[in-house]
Design a protein around this ligand. Structure first.
Ligand code: PYC
Length: 429
């Protein structure tokens, strides 16, 4: 028997395949209880990781994760799987680097191959000002012991021969921030791993359970909500559930959910589109990002190219793909890699990004006792999933804000202590 209760003998796998035997469920569909010690809203990577670390690190297992859809159906299943820690602020660097460490050991910790590929991450600079930002990031990174440095065009060419580094292109490559530990991970495997492990430790995963309201007592606002109040539970499409702790781990709907507790958030929500090509022979060994051309690209082990761009300029909750995105993406990618002009796009999709004014998340306690947030991830949510879960679990279990997230609390907007992380965005937003 392995960790989290799953056998992995090759013989059993083969017998199962040949007999078409009933595969065990990855996780259960439990009946909901009337009360839990902790309710987590959002069955994506952050909610599941928080539940897992509560159970695994702190022994808190009377926990429910509620989601109006299916596990990993939001941003966790819609991102481009990029991980890195070459951020701009010391707070961001330390935080995302802990996440990379957790990604490193995740396959063993969760007993599931999450297909981590630390293939190196290149952020190209096509202008002097972009090069200056890359140098700035490299200096902050080095001070914090992060493997990251500015390299010249010849080194870029050595690492990624398909890039044209000649000075004759429309956007010549002047250099790049090279971050060897960055790479990609199979995003849905991460969701499955945390879900299975949390379920095995006794957490209830309540899918198709929509939160309609957060109930509070004693607050300044209507129905006892708002500052000075205390959370008492959630009202769901499957009935009321009580709990002294409710955690908002949603993306896309974070501000709407938070309004239910009377805690408004400094967030605007924008779609972020991505696209994937048909597979081809593997030729792109690194993750390549171009802020000036607003594009990032990596190649999966199956050979598909996965592209992303900036968030859509207009705030909306729509997640349909647009022709404008496809046209702009194709134009920008071909500036970078003219050689792929014959490849066909297979699919495009979109997810929702909750953007904060400083591009850092909002995490931890709020003015409503027992109501915590892990929100405002913008385009950084996937990278942060493991460390967000670990630090939120610590904050809930100990009642004290975990050190790594102390800079990201909601008070910073009133105290004026912003953590400006826009300069570390993969592309201009
Ligand atoms: O910040 O590396 C990034 C990123 C990639 C996709 C979305 N954000």
């Amino acid at each position: 028997m392995s960790r989290h209760g799953y056998t992995y003998s090759a013989g059993k796998l083969l017998r199962h395949g040949l007999t078409r035997g009933a595969w065990p469920r990855m996780w259960n569909r439990p009946e909901r209880r009337d009360s839990y010690d902790v309710i987590i809203i959002g069955g994506g990577l952050h909610g599941l990781a928080t539940a897992y670390y509560l159970a695994q690190n702190h022994g808190i297992t009377n926990v429910a994760v509620v989601d109006k859809g299916y596990l990993g159906g939001g941003g966790s299943g819609r991102n481009t799987g990029i991980v890195r820690s070459n951020y701009l602020t010391p707070e961001g660097v330390a935080f995302y680097d802990r996440s990379l460490h957790l990604y490193n050991t995740m396959a063993a910790d969760l007993n599931l191959n999450v297909m981590l590929s630390r293939r190196g991450h290149l952020t190209l600079a096509h202008t002097d000002s972009a090069l200056r930002t890359m140098n700035w990031r490299a200096e902050v990174n080095k001070l914090l012991d992060i493997d990251s440095a500015v390299i010249g065009p010849a080194e870029v060419k050595r690492l990624t021969p398909s890039l044209d580094v000649s000075p004759n292109t429309r956007y010549p490559i002047l250099g790049a921030l090279y971050h060897p530990p960055g790479g990609i991970v199979r995003h849905d495997a991460v969701v499955w791993g945390y879900a299975r492990a949390a379920d095995h430790l006794g957490v209830h995963l309540l899918q198709e359970t929509e939160v309609l309201d957060i109930t509070c007592d004693g607050g300044d606002g209507p129905d006892g909500k708002g500052p000075g109040g205390k959370v008492t539970g959630v009202r769901t499409s499957r009935g009321d559930i009580s709990s002294p702790v409710v955690v908002n781990c949603t993306a896309g709907w974070a501000s709407l959910i938070s309004n239910m507790a009377g805690v408004p958030l400094a967030i605007t929500t924008h779609p972020l589109q991505a696209a994937v090509t048909e597979p081809c022979k593997v030729f792109l060994p690194t993750v390549v990002v171009s802020g000036s051309l607003h594009v990032y690209v990596s190649q999966t082990d199956r050979g598909e190219l996965v592209f992303g761009a900036s968030v859509d300029p207009v705030g909306t909750y729509r997640v349909n793909g647009t022709l404008e995105f496809t046209e702009e993406l194709a134009g920008h990618v071909l500036e970078l890699m003219p050689g792929i002009s014959k490849m066909r796009l297979m699919r495009q999709w979109s997810g929702l990004c909750d953007m904060t004014p400083d591009y850092s998340p909002i995490m931890g306690h709020t003015p409503v006792e027992g109501y915590l947030v892990d929100v405002g991830w913008g385009t950084y949510g996937f990278k942060a999933g493991p460390v967000a879960g670990e630090t939120m679990a610590e904050t809930i279990a100990t009642g004290r804000t975990a050190e790594l997230i102390a800079a990201f609390t909601i008070d910073r907007f009133t105290d004026g202590d912003l953590v400006g992380e826009k300069g570390a965005a993969a592309v201009g937003h």
